[in-house]
Design a protein around this ligand. Structure first.
Ligand SMILES: Cc1cc2nc3c(=O)[nH]c(=O)nc-3n(C[C@H](O)[C@H](O)[C@H](O)COP(=O)(O)OP(=O)(O)OC[C@H]3O[C@@H](n4cnc5c(N)ncnc54)[C@H](O)[C@@H]3O)c2cc1C
Length: 544
């Protein structure tokens, strides 16, 4: 017997397996003692808009028979070791999913990745957090799995292509991600689970005869008569293939500079910058769930948008990559700069809620750099990150340091990853915080006035935005919350333009700008989808 239910239930029933089993059996007029009961959730979302939080559930009850398979995708990659080869630069979600799709289409991918494999990468992350050492090739943005590996692993996307989104999620499940991501409306994997999934994706590529070279940074492109022939790497190697997928992410500044230097068309594009805000998770839970304790419910998230006006310029201020029960991490990719981002473990059980709160930045803002052409926005991004770093370095004798080690004595100045911080009410009142709250940001904080650290075009709209957010979430504006800066790598400040149909670069045949760095994705799932699309076009044009 198989029965489908579409239900709106109390969280204590919907999210508790035993209670749900009892409820469904009762609905079917069956006794609690019924044997061979299988429950398969198909869709689950939490609706916290009203005082009484509800869970919307689509669920199947099977009695005496095993549930039908929910996955269409089956891992069955052909061996392509002897086939034509294509180069994929970057092993982020775009590069990895491009490689897997190339394999399905009978092409051998050679992935060149500047960073290390997921396991080795951990040591460099530990060095940033504990010793403030930023390895420019292995960090929170660079290395196997790309920027998405040590992240929250939020997998929702604004893409409307449901079929494609489902396919990406199924491929992740086939490589070890929990099948719950096929059920949750807002799925996430968690930073503690992602590395294993990434390692499994690597295994599929290698088992099918693809190649992956770590510690291999692409430093030049070989182009003859506007057709890409291959790439050179930092260690003097040269690789050739039928085409090149360039999936180097939003932080590969050297790649943007290379393209610019070679007169390959790139464009400056709008992006966003601001800060991360960290609240006690319990405060967010209380407001979002209208109850003193969240109980069985997961750590609550929020999504906020405000319109602001500073010096007659309208600007959107919005929350970005909110990480319930998460951590703030140092996401710089070079010495002398300060960048933060957020991540959460699978259980989202830290006592902090953090979110980027960012301000839209557009062409008018980088006019002073306009002689830099397509790199003008990137330069502005760099300036803000470097200024934040300089401020933090200067103030480090006042720093609140989250670890026993004495930074002043032990750490060379260029390695300082203390983040500027200010309590939220103090920021609104223009007052440097006399003390800071405890934080999840491991390298430590420097108490500073964010309005001095950030340019006015960011600081003033942020102040306005936070005031508006205080009206949307009760208790949001409090000194229990603090700003931690700065959040600057929200999306790429550069676009690498490509043909809408063929996805090839507008000038260079065989070059497929791909993923977030090219400006065609924002987030893990959309980058993965873009990787697949580029592989399909590559196969269509060059595979035969
Ligand atoms: C801390 C953090 C948390 C995040 N959390 C989430 C989240 O929860 N959900 C979500 O959807 N998104 C999240 N993001 C964003 C997400 O990770 C990116 O949108 C996504 O990874 C973009 O994929 P990509 O493949 O286009 O680029 P990337 O993931 O940036 O991958 C690019 C790869 O190219 C490599 N590379 C760069 N230059 C070269 C070169 N010259 N030669 C060889 N290799 C090179 C890099 O090392 C990197 O591995 C987060 C990002 C960070 C930093």
């Amino acid at each position: 017997m198989r029965q489908l239910f579409t239900l709106v239930l109390e969280p204590e029933v919907a999210l508790d397996d035993t209670a749900l089993r009892q409820f469904l059996l009762k609905q079917s007029s069956l006794p609690d003692t019924t044997e061979k009961v299988y429950i398969q959730k198909l869709r689950q979302s939490i609706d916290a808009r009203n005082r009484q939080v509800k869970v919307n559930l689509e669920v199947e009850l099977y009695i005496g028979e095993k549930p039908l398979p929910v996955m269409e995708f089956q891992k069955n990659y052909p061996n392509v070791s002897k086939n034509k080869q294509a180069i994929v630069v970057g092993a982020g979600p775009a590069g990895l999913f491009a490689a897997l799709r190339l394999i399905e289409l009978g092409i051998k991918p050679i992935i060149l990745e500047r960073g290390k494999d997921v396991q080795a990468r951990r040591r460099d992350l530990s060095a940033i957090n504990k010793d403030h050492l930023v390895n420019p090739d292995s960090n929170y943005c660079f290395g196997e799995g790309g920027a998405g590996t040590y992240s929250d692993g939020k997998l929702y996307t604004r893409s409307k292509k449901r079929g494609d989104v489902r396919r990406i999620l199924e491929i992740l499940v086939a490589h070890g991600a929990t099948s719950q991501i096929l059920v949750d409306v807002h799925p996430h994997i968690g930073t503690n689970k992602l590395p294993k999934v990434v390692a499994d994706l690597r295994e599929s590529i290698l088992n099918a005869g693809g190649e992956i070279l770590f510690n291999t940074k692409v430093t030049d492109l070989t182009i003859v008569n506007n057709q890409i022939k291959g790439v050179d790497t930092h260690d003097g190697q040269h690789f050739e293939g039928i085409a090149v997928i360039l999936a180097t992410g939003h932080s590969a500044r050297d790649i943007f500079e290379l393209l610019f230097k070679k007169n390959i068309l790139i464009e400056a594009k709008p992006f966003a910058m601001g800060v991360r805000i960290e609240h006690p998770q319990s405060l967010i839970d209380q407001h979002q769930y209208h109850r003193p304790e969240r109980g069985i419910l997961p750590a609550a998230a929020y999504s906020l948008v405000a319109q602001t006006n500073y010096k007659n310029v309208q600007r959107g201020v919005f929350s970005f990559c909110m990480c319930p029960g998460g951590f703030i991490v140092p996401a710089a990719t070079d010495e002398g700069e300060l960048v933060v981002n957020g991540m959460s473990p699978n259980r989202r059980d830290s006592k902090y809620a953090n979110s980027g709160i960012v301000v839209a930045i557009n062409e008018a803002d980088w006019q002073k750099n306009k002689k830099l052409g397509a790199l003008a926005g990137l330069e502005l991004q760099k300036e803000v990150e470097q200024k934040a770093f300089q401020f933090a370095v200067k103030s480090r004798q006042f720093a609140k340091i989250n670890q026993e080690k004495n930074l002043l004595e032990d750490t060379p100045i260029q390695h300082c990853q203390l983040a500027p911080a200010q309590r939220l009410v103090d920021f609104l009142n223009g007052k440097i915080s006399s003390s800071l709250n405890s934080t999840s940001y491991q390298p430590g904080l420097s108490s500073l006035d964010m309005a001095e650290v950030l340019p006015d075009i960011i600081a003033r709209p942020l102040q306005d935005g936070f005031k508006q957010f205080g009206k949307m979430i009760k208790g949001y504006v409090t000194n229990e919350a603090q700003l931690i800066g700065i959040e600057s790598r929200t999306s790429s400040p550069v676009r690498i333009p490509r043909d809408k149909e063929t996805l090839e670069h507008l000038q260079i045949k065989g070059l497929f700008p791909c993923g977030e760095g090219a400006g065609f994705a924002g987030g893990i799932v959309s980058a993965a989808m873009d990787g697949e699309r580029c592989a399909e076009q590559l196969a269509k044009l060059y595979g035969a």
